[in-house]
Design a binder for this molecule. Structure first.
Ligand SMILES: [Ca+2]
Ligand SMILES: [Ca+2]
Ligand SMILES: [Ca+2]
Length: 626
């Protein structure tokens, strides 16, 4: 076969790479993929990932939309595109058309009808009891997603840092169990899409691991395929709400996962603090963040360093990053109807960003609540992050509340390490540092620390008493999945064992009393009784905390509401029985009132002659109600 020379040259030209920009544009990803008319964030700024986007302009936006201008990064791989949605725009899919000198591309955007507000976006408060569960380790409700096509080979229940098969469908199946336990809110470790292959940057037992825990996002707008999908997430939220259970999302603003596409190709030159090749490692010096004598240079590695020298640290000083993260937060809330946010690694992000982030949340969802993680035992530092007033740096973070790590450490010391209960009382004595200590989220275990039962002095009796404190103390109690059945476990990942009975083929089912060993049943019954009593007793949720007696091995306090509604709590960590005769005046109860132990060993207390007389068995606790 022969052909003319010009035709042959033209055929060759098609096979050769053209001059820069000669290829047509294409779109790979749009974030957010959907938005609402009448939203407080308007215009919404789309981050469009694609190819050959340089010079892109909007040619058509679709009914009810105005789009543009477009800003493209030098590599032509990301476009920022503002979209204004008309208040009257009808819900449904739209297509925004982009044109470059070399062709056109389509940007899909879904216009959503806002979810009805009733029963959604509710926030959480001391009236709630939160349950933290790691979705991969709690219950497997859908074996079809155990080893998904998109990410084969990451499932191995024999390995602590592989996927085990738990999922959102499993959470849905166990909502009635949680309801029965007295739980009114669930916090799930992150459901963001994590990397689809092994994480070669980290090893454990000499092996590459997986990001089963959810803290290494590769897509902030997708649900991890091992856990389910967006439809299942929405179903979980709706079904939880139907049972009176709120949902708290675990969000991570500080960093992405090491395999996020941004790492190799950032949307802006300053998307992260540094690059994989050149960045600071985090030095964890959170104390410098409120130190009047630490200049920004001293704080830099803590705010901008990469976690474990691996996790790319997002630069919230880049306005595009700040905008992206704020919209991402609002999107998850808006698409699912969830009620609260747990924000990871709070102190490692500049406080000026939290102020803006919280303002955007409250503007759209005034009742939503945020609890921040500041892993530190010093209430001076933890309280510095609670919003409500500008602090010494002139910034009001706006953050609603914090986890009570300071009290957590003292609970562990007092009940499981032979330490003093007085230290716990001395920690709550610092409550004046907080703008509102009543909302602190209290706990005796979570996914980042060894289990309570792993402590050297732990026992079933000690765990029960620690739960008594948790359920009756000021704050919002949090139960870490499995602690209610005294699940053992050491450091991560041993503290994330599978809940017995949550997985096909399990030898027993501890979600049911018949599947629990006697000790497990004893703790479960105790926690259930406490949480149900807390729900039924306003003084335990809202009452003033009043100390009646504080010593190394025993602590008696009351939660007091006006009108004689006082509840007395007694804790005895010693090995001797205790008989106390205490000043009764702070209780506001009339002489002759008898109190009955509603939870704990049988026992009575009485107010006589202005004195409160009560007794406590060794290593026990009791909640006395008039
Ligand atoms: Ca599964
Ligand atoms: Ca994935
Ligand atoms: Ca940071």
């Amino acid at each position: 076969m022969t052909r003319t020379l010009p035709a042959a040259l033209a055929a060759i030209a098609l096979l050769l790479p053209g001059p820069a920009g000669a290829a047509p544009p294409s779109v790979l990803k749009v974030e957010p993929p959907s938005w609402w008319p009448g939203h407080s964030t308007s215009p919404v700024r789309l981050l469009v990932r694609g190819r050959n986007l340089s010079g892109a302009e909007v040619t058509e936006a679709g009914p009810g939309l105005k789009a543009g201008p477009v800003k493209v990064n030098p590599a032509g791989t990301y476009a920022f595109l503002d979209v204004t949605i008309d208040r009257q725009a009808a819900p449904g899919p739209r297509t925004i058309h982009l044109r470059t000198a070399d062709g056109t591309a389509e940007v899909p955007l879904e216009i959503l009808a806002p979810l009805p507000r009733a029963g959604r976006f509710q926030g959480f408060s001391p009236d709630d009891a939160i349950y933290l569960l790691m979705p991969d380790r709690f219950a497997n409700g859908d074996p079809a997603n155990d080893d998904p096509a998109a990410s084969r080979g990451l499932l191995d229940r024999a390995k602590g840092r592989f996927y085990h098969g738990g999922d959102l469908r499993g959470v849905i199946a166990r909502l009635p169990y949680l309801k029965d336990l007295g739980v009114t809110a669930i916090w799930l470790n992150p459901w963001y899409d994590n990397v689809d292959h092994r994480n070669e940057r980290e090893t454990y037992d000499g092996q590459a691991i997986t990001d089963y825990h959810g803290y290494g996002a590769v897509d902030f707008y997708a649900v991890e395929e091992h856990l389910g999908d967006l439809a299942t997430l929405r179903e979980m939220v709706d079904r939880a709400h139907a049972l009176g259970i709120k949902v708290i999302q675990d969000q991570v603003a500080n960093h992405s996962g090491p395999y996020h596409p941004w790492v190799a190709d950032p949307p802006t030159a300053t998307w992260y603090y540094g690059t994989p090749a050149k960045h600071l490692a985090n030095t964890w010096q959170t104390w410098t963040l409120q130190d009047p004598y630490s200049p920004p240079e001293m704080q830099k590695a803590t705010l901008e360093g990469w976690f474990i020298d691996i996790l790319p640290d997002l630069n919230q000083d880049d306005p595009e990053v700040a905008r992206y993260t704020i919209q991402n937060t609002l999107w998850w809330v808006g698409v699912s109807g969830l009620d609260g946010i747990r924000q990871d690694t709070l102190p490692y992000v500049h406080r000026r960003f939290w102020k803006d982030w919280m303002a955007a949340i409250k503007k759209e969802y005034p009742d939503l609540r945020v609890v921040g993680e500041l892993f530190d035992g010093d209430p001076v530092l933890v309280s510095f992050y609670q919003g409500g007033a500008p602090r010494s740096d002139g910034i009001d973070s706006g953050i609603d509340t914090l986890f009570d790590f300071p009290l957590f450490f003292k609970i562990r010391d007092a009940f499981a390490k032979g330490g003093s209960l007085r230290e716990a009382a001395m920690t709550t004595a610092r409550d004046h540092l907080y703008r509102d200590p009543s909302t602190l989220v209290t706990f005796l275990g979570l996914h980042d620390v060894p289990r309570f039962m792993n402590e050297p002095g732990a026992s079933v009796a000690a765990l029960k008493s620690a739960f008594t404190l948790l359920a009756t103390m000021r704050g919002t109690p949090l139960v870490y999945y499995g602690d209610e059945i005294a699940l053992p476990g050491g450091a991560d990942p041993d503290n994330r064992r599978d809940f017995p009975g949550g997985f096909p083929g399990d030898a027993r089912n501890a979600f049911e009393a018949s599947g629990r060993a006697p000790d497990e049943e004893a703790v479960h019954a105790h926690v259930r009784a406490l949480l149900q009593l807390r729900q039924a007793t306003p003084a335990l949720r809202r009452g003033r905390l009043v100390n009646l007696h504080v010593a190394d091995k025993d602590w008696v306090y009351a939660r007091v509401l006006d009108g004689g509604r006082a509840v007395v709590v007694g804790l005895n960590t010693g090995d001797l029985p205790l008989a106390l005769d205490l000043e009764a005046a702070p209780l506001g109860l009339a002489d002759g009132v008898r109190l009955r132990a509603a939870v704990g060993p049988q026992g009575d207390a009485a107010v006589e002659g202005g004195r409160l007389r009560l007794s406590l068995a060794p290593a026990s606790s009791a909640v006395f109600l008039p």
